[in-house]
Design a protein around this ligand. Structure first.
Ligand SMILES: Cc1cc2nc3c(=O)[nH]c(=O)nc-3n(C[C@H](O)[C@H](O)[C@H](O)COP(=O)(O)OP(=O)(O)OC[C@H]3O[C@@H](n4cnc5c(N)ncnc54)[C@H](O)[C@@H]3O)c2cc1C
Length: 370
């Protein structure tokens, strides 16, 4: 239970307040409690559990990075996911499944792709039997003369919301911890020995330390100025659904040059077709929808490479995500050693979340790997 003694002035007080109940906030809260089970943790969401990018995420984990820092985050996250898989007894594999991965890209870009692999692996040309399988799974599969199809080591498809829910359940299994819904934090500021979190309706809670993991709301909440200073922007992320059932063991196909992918979506029984929408600076509170421009982009890619999927392109999932320069998440203190922001999932916030959460705790409690 929170401390509501006279010392706290009747305001609920916790050891750690985590603003954000998405995958980054849930992992942070989980690791914080695992590190010190006596720690009283408050998790805050301005909506209900499941509000945010995590809820709609495609959950594809390609352990790659376009710069050394991103590759380090990706490799560390993979190791942390593996650790989670062994400790979450009621969520086998931490909700993650291996998926074979194939790549379609310009011949000239192969060396650059190989350099992104966080595990140091490389791609290899598809063998004839693999090509036959791909032709069956992706009807009409085609590419230009200057393009190649490559295979790589299997990667992972996860269920981000399922993972976040399990982590939050684990945190909330202790009565010392609380999930506060419908509490929209307007400011996080120092008040004497404590950090005070004030909601838009004027209500307050306090904590010794606070982390703000607001996902696409980075530019409208308590860390908005700091996020802007770090070059953060919000972009629409769109993942279409291809409403045809993937065969068992179906692989993913990544259109590397278009920053798009086709991923079998097991629980949904359909494909997810993620494209890179060019829609920048769209707040997550705006009514966001898959629009005709997104659909035209998706259709153009499919018509070129997998025309047999065109009739099945129906519906999808959409929200904003916070993008930072170099697509590198920013985990840093915000004007106070006891307040940290974790922003900039940049369309990869699920796969990088474990390392982001670990970095949050390192900043708040000292460098102890979890
Ligand atoms: C359609 C789509 C597909 C994606 N696919 C992938 C993928 O395949 N692989 C991948 O790695 N990533 C993917 N991403 C990106 C990834 O989902 C996000 O980067 C990640 O989920 C962000 O997690 P988060 O915890 O930071 O934010 P969110 O999940 O958005 O959670 C934010 C939380 O902060 C709370 N909050 C915000 N502001 C306030 C405030 N002022 N007061 C109180 N609470 C507040 C919200 O209520 C919410 O609980 C995708 C994103 C989208 C939109």
């Amino acid at each position: 239970m929170p401390d509501t003694t006279s010392e706290s002035g009747g305001v609920p007080h916790y050891d750690l307040a985590v603003v954000g109940a998405g995958v980054v906030g849930a992992l942070t809260a989980y690791y914080a409690v695992r590190q010190d089970p006596a720690r009283r943790v408050l998790v805050i969401t301005h909506g209900v559990r499941g509000t945010g990018a995590t809820r709609v995420s495609a959950g594809f984990d390609t352990p790659t990075g376009h710069n050394p820092a991103q590759r380090e985050l990706a490799a560390r996250s993979t190791a942390l996911f593996d650790k989670l898989a062994t400790e979450l007894a009621d969520l086998p594999g931490a909700g993650r499944q291996p998926v074979d991965v194939y790549w379609l890209l310009g011949r000239d870009n192969v060396a650059a792709l190989d350099a992104t692999m966080a595990d140091g692996g490389t791609t290899s040309p598809v063998e004839p039997r693999q090509r036959r399988m791909l032709d069956e799974v992706f009807p009409g599969l085609a590419h230009g003369d200057g393009e190649v199809l490559l295979a790589s080591a299997p990667m992972t498809a996860g269920q981000p919301q399922l993972l976040a829910d399990h982590l939050l359940d684990a945190v909330l299994s202790s009565p010392a911890n609380t999930l506060l819904e419908g509490f929209r934090v307007a400011s996080v500021r120092r008040a004497g020995e404590r950090v005070e979190l004030v909601a838009t309706d004027g209500s307050r809670v306090t904590a010794d330390k606070a982390v703000v993991a607001p996902g696409p709301w980075a530019l409208s909440g308590p860390v908005a100025d700091a996020a802007r200073e770090r070059g953060a922007r919000v972009k629409k992320v769109v993942a279409f659904h291809i409403m045809t059932t993937p065969p068992p063991g179906a692989p993913a196909l990544i259109f590397e040059d278009a920053d798009a992918f086709l991923l079998p979506h097991d629980p949904g029984g359909h494909w997810i077709f993620s494209i890179t929408s060019p829609d920048w600076d769209r707040g997550p509170d705006e009514p966001l929808a898959v629009d005709a421009r997104d659909r035209d982009m998706a259709l153009a890619l499919l018509e070129r490479h997998v025309p047999g999927f065109v009739p099945h392109l129906l519906g999808g999932r959409v929200l904003g995500d916070c993008f930072t320069p170099g697509h590198l998440p920013v985990v840093d203190t915000v004007g106070d050693d006891d307040v940290v922001m974790a922003i900039g999932g940049s369309g990869s916030g699920y796969r990088l979340a474990p390392a982001m959460a670990e970095d949050v705790l390192d900043l708040l409690y000292g460098r102890t790997r979890i």
